[in-house]
Design a protein around this ligand. Structure first.
Ligand code: NAG
Ligand code: NAG
Ligand code: NAG
Ligand code: NAG
Ligand code: NAG
Length: 570
């Protein structure tokens, strides 16, 4: 009987869903954004540089190093150091193989994993440790390990016996190469969001490697619910130094997970932003060697009147105008929906301001009723100092110099109140039907009259969209097909100074300039493109960054001028 009712309910909701999806798709056909220009693979008007090596696949990690003018690339069983002057020139590249011994591959296969896909070493973490070394971790045939790379000769650091010096990979790098995870290095400390076991069901946010004790999330308290991590960021909120608040720096994590606070559908997914304080040392008695500052909040990307949000974050780009200006940070995320699938598959880009994020983290908490598993807003008094907040001057003034001195009642409160009550909302800046976005990078560029945030979004079939938001309306300036075979964009690295993007996927890596103004041959083409990078000089279409002050170039990204339909030179 119960089963029948349950089935009917499911059926009803499925029908409701189908009709909603249908109207949503039908209503919005007109407002779907179509790229103004679309470049096929290898179009000479939008030329790119390519890198790939014979027999090497899965170019999954990228590290742009200004310091040594190098792009470091982590692939399957191999790493590369490419010269930024030309990534495609073989004679300028260095490589190293980091392969899995046959014995490890056999073990992996014996445990039921696929010898041809799973049982290799996929480089998942590639970060700068210090001025001379990189820190790398690989899945190593479902047996993750980490190692060091000496950048001066681009080789794995070995001990006196000639063996590679390795570090524990567990809790840092996932076992399964397909598993989503994130890692960031801050002052020699490694922060990771991943899973810590073979089965992939033990999620963790873990800090290690530095001189302070390792910290992790508390598993028994369900702080994380099957998370898929998509990014992490470091924000120096202690700046400017000597600020009246004396706040600590923070590390933010972005992921989707099962939203236990929603019980109307089974396994409703939600997107999250979580944070921890850099100075966290764990508790003394309560939350020993665990985070005392772990808090999370929901990120909601949805149309104001649409029931079904874009609830699964796929990637995030954290845009901070300058180091000391962390308050002006914008979090750009690409989202897909658990409900819009197949032909209805669509994606959205949403943006959340630091102010919104701060408000959520300093607002009310949620609390779960352990018996009913229902979540409620916590409306009662909260212990002091504020649970989950970083140590500030005010805390120090209370005689609490670190988390080790935090009163037990505060730490006991944190254990159960890690979810913020308020939801951080944004309506989509860009909504694209029938496309699945996987990655995003954002470049703030100064146009002739104002600054624009230009979005570069990668799709699951290997295209790149360049888009700009003008007065709340999105305009896709161009679409470029990057790879010969459709494959998901895995990573986008932006060199903001040089104006280049490095985009990787399964088969190769490409370098794309942010714009090619030369491609716009006439004044009309140049101005109508609404490309914030380009302006008409009177003779040709040029990069605006080359304009000298007071030059009489023309650009019209906002389209204030009503251009006549048959364009001649304005
Ligand atoms: C690695 O570099 C060597 C020397 O430049 C070159 O011969 C070899 O083909 C490279 N290997 C790969 C996989 O690119
Ligand atoms: C960087 O880290 C490596 C590995 O721990 C160490 O051997 C090296 O001395 C460090 N270099 C600097 C400049 O601190
Ligand atoms: C790194 O490589 C350079 C060049 O081979 C070497 O001189 C240096 O000693 C190495 N550093 C370490 C820490 O192994
Ligand atoms: C590696 O590349 C293959 C295609 O060559 C793809 O099927 C697979 O999912 C990729 N794996 C990872 C972990 O990127
Ligand atoms: C807060 O602490 C910082 C660092 O300890 C100090 O420089 C600053 O003057 C303090 N601010 C106030 C208002 O006490």
């Amino acid at each position: 009987m119960m089963a029948t009712i349950r089935f009917l309910l499911l059926l009803a909701s499925a029908l409701l869903l189908a009709s909603l999806v249908h109207t949503a798709a039908a209503d919005s056909d007109d407002d779907d954004v179509i790229p103004r220009l679309s470049f096929p693979y290898n179009a000479k008007e939008r030329s790119v540089k390519r890198f790939s090596a014979d027999g090497i696949f899965n170019y999954t990690s990228l590290l742009l190093s200004k310091q040594d003018e190098t792009l470091y690339v982590g692939a399957r069983e191999a790493l590369f150091a490419l010269s930024l002057s030309d990534i495609s020139r073989g004679e300028l590249q260095k490589n190293l193989t980091w392969s899995t011994p046959e014995r490890k591959r056999e073990e992996c296969s014996f445990k039921g994993k696929d010898l041809q896909t799973d049982c290799f070493n996929y480089v998942k973490i590639l970060l700068r440790l210090n001025t001379t070394h990189l820190f790398v971790c690989g899945t190593y045939a479902f047996n993750p390990i980490c190692a060091y790379i000496n950048t001066s000769d681009f080789s794995l650091v070995r001990n006196s016996e000639g063996n590679v010096v390795t570090e524990e990979g567990r809790s840092r790098c996932p076992f399964n190469p397909e598993h989503k995870s994130t890692a960031i290095m801050v002052d020699g400390e490694l922060y990771t969001g991943t899973v810590s076991n073979f089965l992939g069901n033990e999620p963790t946010i873990y800090k290690s490697l530095g001189s302070s004790p390792a910290l992790k999330t508390e598993n028994s308290l369900n702080w994380l619910q099957e998370p898929a991590f998509v990014g992490s960021a470091y924000l120096q909120e202690s700046l400017p130094k000597g600020s009246t608040h004396g706040d600590d720096d923070k590390i933010y994590f972005f992921f989707s997970e099962v939203g236990k606070e929603f019980d109307f559908f089974d396994n409703t997914m939600v997107s999250r932003i979580a944070r921890v304080c850099k100075g966290d040392l764990g508790g003394e008695r309560v939350l020993q060697k665990k985070w005392t500052t772990f808090l999370k909040a929901q990120l909601l990307c949805s149309l104001p009147d649409d029931g079904f949000p874009f609830n699964i974050i796929q990637d995030v780009f954290v845009l901070t105008p300058s180091k000391g200006d962390w308050k002006k940070t914008v979090f750009y995320g690409v989202f897909t929906s658990q409900w819009y699938k197949g032909a209805y598959g669509s994606s959205a880009v949403c943006a959340f301001s630091m102010e919104q994020v701060e408000r959520a983290f300093s607002g009310r908490y949620r609390e779960v009723n352990r018996k009913t598993q229902q979540w409620y807003t916590y409306n009662h008094p909260v212990p002091e100092p504020r649970p989950g907040a970083c140590i500030t001057n005010a805390t120090r003034a209370m005689g609490i110099p670190s988390s080790l001195h935090m009163p037990d009642k505060v730490l006991n409160f944190v254990k159960d109140h890690f979810l913020m009550d308020s939801v951080i909302r944004s309506r989509p800046l860009l909504l694209k039907r029938s496309v699945r976005y996987t990655q995003i990078a954002v470049h703030r560029v100064q146009g002739l009259s104002q600054a624009y945030d230009v979005l570069f979004v990668g799709t699951d079939d290997g295209k790149l969209h360049k888009a700009v938001n003008i007065d709340g309306k999105m305009h896709i300036v161009e679409e470029i097909t990057l790879f010969s075979e459709p494959q998901p964009v895995q990573h986008i690295e932006l060199d903001a100074e040089k104006g280049r993007l490095y985009v990787s996927s399964y088969s190769s890596l490409v370098e794309v300039p942010v714009a090619n103004c030369n491609n716009y041959g006439s004044c009309g083409e140049c101005v109508l493109s609404r490309d914030p990078y380009c302006a008409w000089t009177g003779q040709w279409c040029q990069d605006v960054r080359k304009a000298s002050p007071g030059s009489n170039w023309q650009q019209d990204v906002e389209r204030q001028t009503r251009w006549p339909s048959a364009m001649s030179h304005p």
